[in-house]
Design a protein around this ligand. Structure first.
Ligand code: IPE
Ligand code: IPE
Ligand code: MG
Length: 249
């Protein structure tokens, strides 16, 4: 994790720089409905959604937020029509190629969480290239959840740990929360402080099930392509009014 830069660019005056979330997660929902509402095909919504994400990442960086996790594709999203799945895979690949230089120069360290083995080989190559090229960067961690499912993540951690027990390298009593977390896709990344879901759905949709045990939830009716800086400002303001108790009083 980086230290917060001393000068935060354009942080709204009603936000307390000392009480910003370290890590924000977003369920970027509503691209399809946004496009449909304008008489356009769904893919136009996905395309516009990329611009929203880029702007949010820049905003997080300007305001001194240290990590942003974005849900790009769930393990359940394979169930969509093939044309949409193909479009999304190609879009991810193109965006990574197009944005890499800027991410490198802006200090973004990119990570991917999810089962990457099921992704097209050409996308995996772009992912690897982007991760390698940005690994020394320190300004902000940008985590993209791709072919991500919280249940899958927990199961694969269980399998890895069970294998170690079977081989005699680990005793069951040694399986602690800390050890378990080391086997999640998010190993080394802190839990989100704030989850934002757009498009009004009050559900988690298999996102970061373990990691969100104490995350503050914020749902807005705004569709993802329209989630701009002022919407993010509103979410952060709302977050700063909360009292996080973590089970205490
Ligand atoms: C979110 O928007 C993007 C992905 C899941 C990839 P949707 O595509 O789910 O948009 P809606 O929910 O159908 O409007
Ligand atoms: C969640 O959105 C997944 C992503 C944003 C990638 P969905 O649109 O897939 O979720 P449901 O189907 O409404 O739960
Ligand atoms: Mg949706």
């Amino acid at each position: 994790m980086t230290t917060k830069p001393s000068v935060l660019r354009n942080l709204p005056a009603d936000l307390d720089a000392q009480r910003l979330p370290n890590h924000v997660a977003v369920i970027m929902d509503g691209n399809g409905r946004w496009a449909k509402g304008r008489g356009m095909p769904r893919f136009m919504g996905h395309r516009r959604g990329v611009d929203t994400l880029k702007e949010l990442l820049r905003c997080c960086k300007d305001w001194g937020i240290q990590a942003l996790t974005a849900y790009a594709f769930s393990t359940e999203n394979w169930g969509r029509p093939l044309t949409e799945v193909d479009f999304l895979m190609t879009l991810f690949e193109r965006i990574l190629r197009r944005e890499l230089q800027e991410m490198v120069s802006e200090g973004v360290q990119i990570h991917f969480v999810g089962d990457l083995s099921a992704l097209p080989a050409s996308l995996r190559e772009e992912i690897e290239r982007a991760v390698m090229a940005t690994r020394q960067n320190q300004r902000i961690q940008f985590i993209v959840a791709t072919n991500y499912g919280g249940r899958d993540e927990i199961l694969q951690a269980c399998r890895a740990i069970a294998t170690q027990v079977k081989q005699g390298h680990l005793q069951p009593e040694q399986i602690t929360q800390t050890l378990f977390e080391q086997h999640l896709y998010t190993a080394g990344i802190g839990d989100p402080d704030l989850l934002i879901r757009t498009s009004g759905e009050m559900r988690i949709s298999n996102f970061l099930l373990w990691q969100m045990a104490y995350t503050e939830l914020y749902v807005t009716d705004t569709l993802w392509p329209e989630f701009d800086r002022s919407e993010f400002h509103r979410a952060l303001y709302d977050y700063q009014q909360r009292h996080r108790r973590f089970g205490r009083i």
